[in-house]
Design a protein around this ligand. Sequence first.
Ligand SMILES: [Zn+2]
Length: 366
Amino acid sequence: MTLDLETCRRAPKALLHDHLDGGLRPATIIELADATGYADLPSTDVDELGRWFAEAADSGSLVRYLETFAHTVGVLQTEAALHRVARECAEDLAADGVVYAEVRMAPELCTSQGLALEQVVEAMLAGFAEGERVTAERGTPIVMRLLLTAMRTAARSSEIAELVVRYRDAGVVGFDIAGAEEGYPPTRHLDAFEYLRRENAHFTIHAGEAFGLPSIWEALQWCGAERLGHGVRIMDDITIDERGRAHLGLLAAYVRDRRVPLEMCPSSNVQTGAARSIEEHPIGLLRTLGFRVTVNTDNRLMSGTSLSREMHLLSGAFGYGLADLQWLTVNAMKSAFIPFDQRLRIINEVIKPGYAALALADLTMG
Ligand SMILES: [Zn+2]
């Protein structure tokens, strides 16, 4: 039986892979464009703009998909805009039942009107803090943490890595590289990763989304990534024999056996062609094989999605019930970059009681 969307929304969830510039509210984009003099929006009607984003993301054209970010990034060039979007991100995630989120952003994209990288980071952190405050007052508390992303096609990764270390006690919990994967291997940014390792800092790497096993191998074995953004192409190292048994290659076995978390984003993976459909998404098999899989949103605006919706879709495709949602959520929480005692507290005091209450409600509803 498929869990309905409302049940998925009420279930406590943890989110590790969500881009701040992929989650703006259409109405906010229009207001910010107006306030900051950004004149390139394809529409200034809220519904039409929302549809435009969804259609561009669904078009199968990478060019159109990337064009969507030109607009969201275009309105994220002031401290006020960054603060507001970060606060609204916390509010929207909390309303969706997310209790812990690591949201990422590339500060270098927000400096075209003169903001310093530090101003960008501080505005986002202040927005998250305010979002935590207002959602706690509403009775739907969320813990918001920031990951700083460097663009893999650019050359500022060492600078961004230094920011991660500088702001580690202020809400920044990790580092990431994102952007075009093919032709831009993670080892291009080896200096940044080696610096972070020497500083005992955490990082994840977008790998195995558009490009295959070499990208995953470099991310893990050369760069030392703790988690993989997407990682769907690990499937290339798994073969199924004629009797239906799965055989893991050395890299796939390493990922599973070392419990490397995979930040999977079902709808986004289908839109970018990394998976054929939700029903055929590798998460089904990888979960059965015992990989440390987690469910994420990637870009809520472009994919017209939420974490509840992703869970709902997976429930429809693979028959996941509340116990599966709890397993996926605990997987994510175990893989978070905050300290171990804080992770345990959220698992034991928020996630497990939340699912127990839902299961009980399910029983009494008959
Ligand atoms: Zn991503």
